[in-house]
Write a new protein. Structure first.
Lengths: 460, 352
């Protein structure tokens, strides 16, 4: 079918104003925050499941790739149309469809922004716990498709733990519902779990039933400073094996500390080789007890320990921490943060070893590598800034990222703990998954035999 | 485009934080309508992307409010990059009818409104109080001169008590041209020559657009103050009565967030009545929707931006006060339930 005919048909489904082929729009939907690029032929902003279904059916009949996109905040190219075709910008399907607090759940459309969902839930005393750094702009659809998590995952787990049911448009346009409103169900394969984290390669999420949690009454944040990241890593292992489960456990190395202070000078973090930020939430007594236990576990390794003075300081610290991935770009006007090799995860016991390896890689490639992340669950973000106009720096950067990925796999870790595979990490999947990748490919072929859904992603 | 300009564009890491604050994106919803999209398009243009109508619209729909710059974690400066890109495109003859009209009128009439009337006629009988030399110059601005002449005269009538004069042949400060990519040409030098002649060390203005332009685009060495700053420092000597009013205040982007003038207007308000803040205020204040050429080029978008700003007003206030005639004009278009006042209007109510 010719593009002009197709355009008319797409406009007939979604409405003229919801379909764009303008140069500016195609350009703006050609990337996310990763280095992956791909120009779409059409960008569509559907309003309803029926529209999504009709669009996908049309695409299926005409062998046109369809790439779903939330806010495009991803770091793996997941929402980038690497083979062209249609980008479905789901962000205008952003309604809360049902609030069912007696059943501790909320039903949402995929385009709702995480922070807006939590602003909606807060007056009722509830929250949706997964909180990535992009909470202010990322959509729930993107979070579900990537099984995103964030700082609270050490205690509250990942998005997967909160998805009870999904409405999904399959590759031929069929609409199915997975899961149920019950807290437990073993009726059949867990298709909900299959679609969570499938990065739009198996179906397009158009509705989600999510578990919500009661907001904790109290929170407290403890900052512990260390001479180097490895000592901080040892402290984390000690804290977690002491029985306390913090609601956040973050590591910041010395450059990240500088970046946070540059982004928000009010915070004034002490300069050190590394800082651990622990948060404990719960009742007043359990918070006091938890903080005391963490302090006890850290004191033989830390050079300084203090707790945040009040709610304002606590919120300032977390706000800056959420954005520090990009804020490292502030440290040098000539350099920009480039997201590659930034999301490894290792078994908790291996954290100090991985931190040491990262330092060795940094020295080997003569490239500063900053470390921060959700160290409490073994998820380390490595931040590299380069002069993006220098080809040689790109080469160093990519070589360092490759080594970081291989090292993580080598010690039993993963190349992506929460950002996703997308196109950026496809090359490492076979190494990490072995024959399991073949099973993934089989599933993909069964559900999307024509391969129209987000092609070029996840190694399938 | 030289290397440093390209680095400014590439400073954007495309994290999308601007999606959470960009008021234009909030209305339009397409990626091309937020700062991240505009940075991508600016990059495209620098790399040779053909600037068709959609590309021009993407770049020109930015009000240059700077909220994206304020929240940007990586330190990117989209408003500056957009102004720079607009300028590059104008140099190559790529501009919209609205841009052309603004530039043409400013060149032909010395103001972007296309007014042929005598600019300084607002002075009326106060023309006799204009001095040739003074320490302070009151820069009336185009909107002040042609759209709010009475307010401008009343402002001068207060200021002249402090030895303030005006420029006899004032022309547009250049702001509308600079924001929309055109060269302010002779406007800046014409104003500068006159300021120098007066011997003034300080220029006072009541307009946020004039303020940021005089402060940041004119040669250094001039002290620029907003009329609210000038008068806030002199409140103690004024005989002000307390008004039984509650008002809210809209921070003009180019006065507040872009130049840090937050307290002076609030000091005046608090000296005469009660202030209740808008939902977003000070550094985080949402744009009224008029700036950057958006009111001129995209009036319906501009009205919707204003309407959403008006929705942020607290209930039960008597007036919406601001400190910029362009904001005032556009806020009125957003349909507020109460009158929109300039900060000087409010001050005068307490002086009577």
């Amino acid at each position: 079918m010719q593009n002009t005919v197709l355009l008319e048909k797409l406009q007939g489904i979604a409405g003229k104003s919801r379909v764009s082929t303008s140069t500016a729009d195609l350009y703006c939907y050609s990337c996310d925050a990763s280095q992956i690029r791909g120009l779409p032929d059409f960008v569509i902003r559907p309003d309803t499941t029926e529209q999504v279904s009709e669009i996908v059916k049309l695409a299926h009949d005409n062998d046109i790739p369809v790439t779903p996109r939330g806010a495009g905040t991803g770091l793996s190219g997941g929402a980038v149309p690497v083979e062209g075709g249609i980008v479905l910008d789901m962000s205008s399907m952003d309604a809360v469809l049902e609030l069912d607090l007696d059943n501790l759940q909320v039903v949402v459309e995929p385009g709702i922004v995480q922070e807006k969902l939590n602003a909606y839930l807060e007056p009722y005393g509830f929250f949706f716990p997964p909180d990535p750094g992009s909470s202010a702009m990322c959509t729930l659809g993107g979070l579900i498709a990537n099984n995103g998590s964030g700082m609270r995952s050490v205690k509250y787990g990942t998005t997967r733990n909160y998805v009870l049911a999904l409405e999904v448009v399959l590759a031929d346009g069929t609409v199915i519902n997975t899961g149920s409103k019950t807290m437990k169900s073993v009726a059949g394969y867990s298709l909900t779990d299959l679609f969570v984290g499938s990065e739009g390669t198996l179906g397009i999420i158009t509705k989600a039933t999510l578990k919500v949690r009661a907001l904790p009454g109290e929170r407290s944040v403890l900052l512990a400073s260390f001479e180097n990241p490895e000592l901080a890593g040892r402290a984390v292992v000690k804290v977690l094996s002491s029985g306390i489960i913090p609601s956040a456990c973050e590591i910041l190395d010395s450059d990240i500390i500088k970046a946070i202070n540059a982004y928000d000078p009010r915070i004034g973090l002490p300069q050190a080789g590394a800082i651990l930020l622990f948060e404990v939430d719960g009742t007043e007594n359990s918070v006091l007890e938890g903080i005391a236990m963490i302090e006890d576990a850290c004191k033989s390794l830390a050079i300084n320990i203090r707790t945040a003075a009040n709610k304002e300081e606590r919120e300032e610290i977390w706000a800056a921490r959420r954005l520090v991935g990009a804020a490292v770009s502030r440290l040098d006007p000539m350099r920009t943060r480039v997201y590659v090799g930034e999301d490894i995860g290792v078994p908790i016991k291996e954290i100090p070893r991985m931190l040491h390896k990262v330092r060795e890689i940094s020295e080997e490639f003569d490239l500063p590598i900053m470390t921060y992340g959700h160290i409490g669950d073994g998820n380390l973000h490595t931040g590299m800034c380069i002069d993006v106009l220098e080809d040689r720096e790109w080469e160093k950067l990519n070589n360092a990222a490759d080594k970081i990925h291989r090292t993580a796999i080598g010690i039993g870790g993963t190349v992506t703990a929460e950002h996703g595979v997308g196109s950026a990490r496809v090359d490492y999947l076979e190494m990490e998954l072995g024959k399991a990748l073949e099973v993934m490919i089989t599933i993909k072929k069964a559900l999307d035999p024509k391969g129209i859904l987000n092609p070029g992603k996840m190694g399938v | 485009m030289d290397g440093m300009d390209m680095r400014s564009i590439l400073k954007c890491v495309r994290c999308g934080t601007c999606r959470s604050v960009c008021p234009v994106f909030d209305v339009i919803g397409w990626e091309s309508s937020c700062a991240r999209g505009r940075m991508l398009v600016a990059h495209g243009v620098a790399m040779g992307l053909e600037a068709d109508k959609d590309v021009l619209d993407t770049l020109n729909m930015c009000t240059t409010c700077g909220l994206c710059e304020y929240v940007c974690p990586s330190g990117a400066v989209p408003a500056k990059v957009i102004e720079h890109t607009r300028h590059q495109l104008v140099l190559h003859g790529r501009l919209t009818e609205a841009q052309k009209e603004l530039a043409g009128r400013a060149k032909d009439f010395g103001n972007p409104l296309g007014e042929e009337r005598e600019r300084m006629s607002w002075l009326g009988e106060s023309a006799k109080d204009v001095r040739e030399r003074a320490d302070y110059v009151f820069f009336a601005g185009c909107l002040g001169s042609y759209r709010y002449p009475e307010l401008t005269k009343r402002t001068f009538d207060i200021l002249k008590n402090y030895g303030v004069t005006v420029l006899q042949e004032e022309v547009c400060c250049g702001s509308p041209l600079l924001r929309t990519g055109s060269d302010p040409g002779r406007l800046i030098s014409k104003n500068l020559e006159q300021i120098k002649k007066t011997g003034a060390h300080t220029v006072i203005t009541g307009c946020a657009g004039c303020y940021t332009t005089l402060k940041n685009d004119y040669p250094e060495g001039l002290n620029i103050v907003h009329v609210s700053e000038f008068l806030a420092d002199r409140l103690d000597a004024m005989d002000l009565k307390k008004l039984d009013l509650k008002v809210t205040y809209h921070d003009p982007c180019h006065l507040g967030r872009c130049n840090g003038v937050f307290d002076a207007p609030r000091d005046i308000i608090k000296a005469v009545c009660d202030l209740e803040e808008m939902k977003s205020n000070r550094e985080n204040a949402r744009c009224c929707g008029a700036g950057g050429g958006v009111l001129k080029g995209y009036p319906e978008l501009s009205r919707e931006l204003s309407r959403r700003r008006i929705e942020e007003m607290p209930e039960g206030v008597d007036y919406l006060v601001t400190a910029c005639p362009l904001c005032r004009t556009n806020l009125m278009r957003g349909g507020p339930k109460v009158e929109v006042l300039d900060i000087i209007d409010l001050l005068e109510m307490a002086m009577e």
